[in-house]
Design a protein around this ligand. Sequence first.
Ligand code: PHE
Length: 341
Amino acid sequence: MIEKINRLKEEVASAVATTPEAVEELRIKYLSKKGAVSALMADFRNVPAESKKEIGQKINELKAFVTERINGFKEQLSAGCDDEAALIDLTRSSTPYPVGSRHPLSIVKDDIIRIFAGMGFTIAEGPEIEDDWHVFSSLNFPADHPARDMQDTFFISRTPVDVLLRTHTSSVQTRVMEKTQPPIRIVCPGRVYRNEAISARAHCFFHQVEGLYIDKNVSFADLKQVLLSFAKEMFGPDTKIRLRPSYFPFTEPSAEMDISCDLCGGKGCAFCKGTGWVEILGCGMVDPNVLKSCGIDPEVYSGYAFGMGVERITNLKYRVKDLRMFSENDVRFLAEFESAR
Ligand code: PHE
């Protein structure tokens, strides 16, 4: 019986039907009441009980195969006909469009925000096209002071006031301080622009998250603890931090923060240039002049600020060697990150 089933299967596999009549003929020959498959079903009654399961299964398979072949021929025929409606197969699954992934900079920016949100910071945003006051003057950069050269600026117009692309999101901090009395606890994410030659290590635009906390009795110790908690959550619980004295016009004292190099565990390697430390952000206590120029009394309030580059943090997390890859929109590169989390 098994032999007979196999023979029938081969027969059907090699059969061809190119006209509706031929297809009908095939159907009658195999699937009708007097067809070959029905005949097998009739013989099935005489199959010994112990083989019933195996043979029953084979007959079912054959029946499914024949039905599929005949439907295939029918489909081919209707595809060739000029009745448009017959060409649309509503049961076919749709084209599998690949799902997009989040940009690595968005992933890291959201991580940074999530960590600070957990410590009570809210998000503040502001314009990318700014005036001199919000980017420089209010932040204690006197006119013609060499500190302005620290951030090469794209100017849009110079009269009647300087209009420019913001070089840091500290401008958002100014805008919030002008409008709000402390306590203020914000992070300012956003894109910033600097007039730099584009290379693997520098770009004319990048992204920052800056932070500001102003209240009564805020001290440098508060700043250090918040940054330590951030570093541990971002880079792992064994991460150490160190603060090196630095200079920013808007903070006094100012510092740059390094974290222990997680590639070599602080022993020193090519990535950290043998030092065991990598720089991740700038910070300090908000200069009383800045508070004054924004209408906050420095005799009553004090605060700290910090600012970090999202590209820098992303490089440290994912070791992207060339900054330009972040803005080339190569989907093969972009698709690598969602799964890297
Ligand atoms: N605004 C600084 C920069 O863009 C970073 C910074 C912010 C430093 C706040 C200290 C305090 O380089």
